[in-house]
Design a binder for this molecule. Structure first.
Ligand code: PLP
Length: 411
């Protein structure tokens, strides 16, 4: 059984209720009444598991969180108001002034800006490396390193990290590895490869139709007896390991970030996202096939395509061996110049021009003039942003229609 078939069963079964309403219930309440002061005390203490206040958790969101945790093989999840919210929550729960991050690979612009600009204002330094800089990554780890961060497929540079090898480095050094796995575990499962936390922008292929902004962080179980997290590097986690046991990373994220920064998911977005999960395997399996079909056809017709399914890509072997069911909805086209890229985008009748990815529709965007416009030349070079680069996110359309449209647009 491939991943898609397995998840088809898992998702529809865990989303639909077996009693009462089949579709998940939307609990549109910001606050919850406790009834008695004794119950209020017990809820705040944690001995009674009932909703406290929607910033700290909502029943609809809890349904999304349990499905996401199951999807990833994690012990618990926290859904957030956006993918950036999930990244910020997770990082802020682990960092203090003076700490360091090791960031691997080309990153989505928002994450790059968070690391290179915003977090520096709070005294956190980030070192950036290419996915294959294994020795440099290892050498950069010191006692201030709290996080190693990577994207399971570089957006938009399409480089694929060897997650297992990097997880080995992180685990040997006793450092937390966070993977932005917005492409979902249907393509690759970071927690099973040794990562500690998986992050999602659920806005993308998980919701799948531009209807809900959202994010989620999924946490691995902490081993209460013997875990790399029981070290002076993470001394602030000790009280969570004592109090929450295997749920320590989850409890830490809620108490040290979600509670105070407040990037909580809302019930309506959580509901829309749960509906997305129901059909995710069907949509992603179709899109994964279409991505390969379209990328191959366009390359054959002379376009400069960047996708690891192509033999010309440096991580083609890694793609075949580690990403058995594709690596998401993206590829890029380098049109050679900004003018040629703009001509293509003005000529396409099929692609929707927007900053999103992972939609039911095919999307396209010129990178240098939009998401990466504020970065200097050196940074753009590191992130693989050339003047003619267009990011494409393939949708559910007939792949031949996409090929025909893109060929006429590139003339
Ligand atoms: N991670 C990746 C890989 C993304 O592509 C994006 C958004 O484009 C994000 C995170 C941020 O997600 P959101 O827009 O939901 O905040």
């Amino acid at each position: 059984m491939n991943n898609f078939e397995e998840y088809c069963t898992k998702f529809v079964q865990s989303v639909g209720n077996k009693e009462g309403s089949v579709s998940p219930v939307i609990t549109n309440s910001a606050s919850f009444s406790y009834g008695t002061p004794e119950i209020a005390e017990a809820i705040f203490e944690g001995s009674v598991k009932k909703p406290l206040y929607s910033r700290m958790g909502n029943p609809t969101t809890a349904k999304l969180e349990s499905t996401m945790a199951e999807m990833d093989g994690g012990v618990a999840a926290v859904a957030t108001s956006s993918g950036m919210g999930a990244i910020t929550m997770t990082c802020m729960s682990l960092l203090a002034s003076g700490d360091e991050i090791i960031s691997i690979g080309g990153l989505f612009g928002g994450t790059y800006a968070l690391f290179s600009e915003t977090l520096t204002r709070f005294g956190v330094k980030t070192h950036f490396f290419d996915v294959d800089d294994f020795t440099k990554i290892q050498d950069a780890i010191n006692e201030s390193t709290k996080i190693i961060f990577l994207e399971s497929v570089g957006n938009p540079n399409m480089r694929l990290p060897d997650i297992k090898r990097i997880a080995q480095i992180a685990n040997d050094a006793g450092v937390i590895l966070i993977v932005d796995n917005t492409i979902t575990p249907l393509c690759i499962s970071p927690l099973k490869l040794g990562a500690d936390i998986s992050i999602y922008s659920t806005t993308k292929i998980i919701s799948g139709n531009s209807s809900a902004l959202g994010g989620c962080a999924v946490f691995r179980a902490v081993n209460e007896e013997d875990d790399k997290l029981k070290s002076t590097r993470y001394d602030f986690l000790a009280k969570f390991i004592k109090g929450a046991g295997k749920m320590a990373l989850f409890a830490n994220a809620k108490k040290r970030a979600l509670r105070d920064f407040g990037m909580s998911a809302n019930a309506n977005a959580s509901y829309q996202t749960i509906l997305g999960l129901e059909t995710l395997p069907l949509r992603l399996s179709r899109i994964s096939k279409s991505v390969e079909t379209v990328a191959l056809a366009l390359e054959k017709n002379g376009l400069n395509i960047n996708h690891p399914c192509l033999k010309s890509h440096p991580h083609h072997e890694r793609y075949l061996n580690n990403f058995k069911d594709g690596c998401g909805t993206l590829f890029s086209i380098d049109m050679g110049s900004k003018q040629r890229a703009f001509d293509f985008l003005n000529n396409t009748k099929l692609a929707t021009l927007t900053a999103n990815i992972g939609d039911s529709r095919t999307l396209a965007l010129h990178m240098a003039s939009t998401i990466y416009r504020d970065f200097d030349e050196e940074t753009r070079k590191f992130l693989g942003i050339t003047d003619g680069l267009i990011r494409i996110s393939i949708g559910l359309e007939n792949p031949q229609d996409i090929i025909d449209d893109f060929m006429q647009a590139s003339k």
